[in-house]
Design a protein around this ligand. Sequence first.
Ligand SMILES: Cc1cc2nc3c(=O)[nH]c(=O)nc-3n(C[C@H](O)[C@H](O)[C@H](O)COP(=O)(O)OP(=O)(O)OC[C@H]3O[C@@H](n4cnc5c(N)ncnc54)[C@H](O)[C@@H]3O)c2cc1C
Length: 303
Amino acid sequence: MTGDNLYRCLSKLIKGRVTASEPMSRHTSWRIGGPADFFVEPADSDDLNRALAWARSSGVPVVVIGNGTNLLVSDGGIRGLVLKLGAGLSRIEIRDTAIYAGAGVLLPRLANRALQAGLAGFEFLAGIPGTVGGALLMNAGANGCSMGERIQRVEAMDFEGNKVTFDRNELKFTYRNSCLSHRNLIIIGAGFEGLPCPGIEIKKRMDQYQSRRRGTQPLELPNAGSVFKNPPGDSAGRLIENAGCKEMRVGGIQVSLRHANFFVNLGGGTAADVLELVHTVREAVEEKCNVKLSLEVQMLGEF
Ligand SMILES: Cc1cc2nc3c(=O)[nH]c(=O)nc-3n(C[C@H](O)[C@H](O)[C@H](O)COP(=O)(O)OP(=O)(O)OC[C@H]3O[C@@H](n4cnc5c(N)ncnc54)[C@H](O)[C@@H]3O)c2cc1C
């Protein structure tokens, strides 16, 4: 089948948004990334299942993204189908202390709903711009808390369209990683347990975290959060600064003046610029501080 025929067939099957040659720069917080051959935002989990069945029968490779806030997509884009889990899987349900959130729920919304329900444990999510799915895969964290801590269960789908549920005791979360990242699964939702707490206390912590973030992160320019993971007992930002890389620039990408582990897009930056800056900074840190930094951002597409 030709690309046009494949696209027509996909559009007929899917209730959600379907496009071809979709610029991935529209779906990454860095505003970087070439076109994805096929792009679907499933309307619900049945839609997701149908898109997966189409991909299997057409022999098209699949990648899953959330809000694109930890992604570096290549300038050449992505050959295959990109499934963006967002509004179609964004149900939140709260019963007593139990919270269910779809994979597409944005983390600040989850934090605010927990606040309204008087449930603590989600305050740190208020300033993280990702989705529940992406955050579980990455075990996103801040302010000494991380995604895995309040988890009760994760609902996922494999690439054959089978649903699987993992209970808390079957899940393992480590620093910016989870066992889910090795299992080739699509997270579709998760159950959490909140801690009853007066709203005023929850709100106070949220405000503190947010104002600290505003003071230390370059939120006015496109970025993807921390580029490198913090090495044990140290901070990547401190090492990058000590290696003299603050303000270093390649093309449109610059090491932020405010937070050296954030690389900002000053306008027109490309994935090639980011990669060159990543290599230069990594070499400088290794030479001057004798530490090998590993990437936190996830790379998609051909590099
Ligand atoms: C300004 C800013 C501040 C940030 N602050 C923090 C912070 O404090 N702490 C922190 O940990 N991170 C932070 N981040 C990074 C990022 O927001 C988190 O890692 C977030 O959890 C990523 O979620 P996402 O939905 O954007 O995932 P994406 O970037 O879309 O994807 C990340 C990875 O998850 C996979 N994925 C996404 N959704 C699914 C799914 N449903 N099923 C299976 N795999 C999936 C993707 O394939 C990819 O490998 C920050 C980013 C920005 C831009």
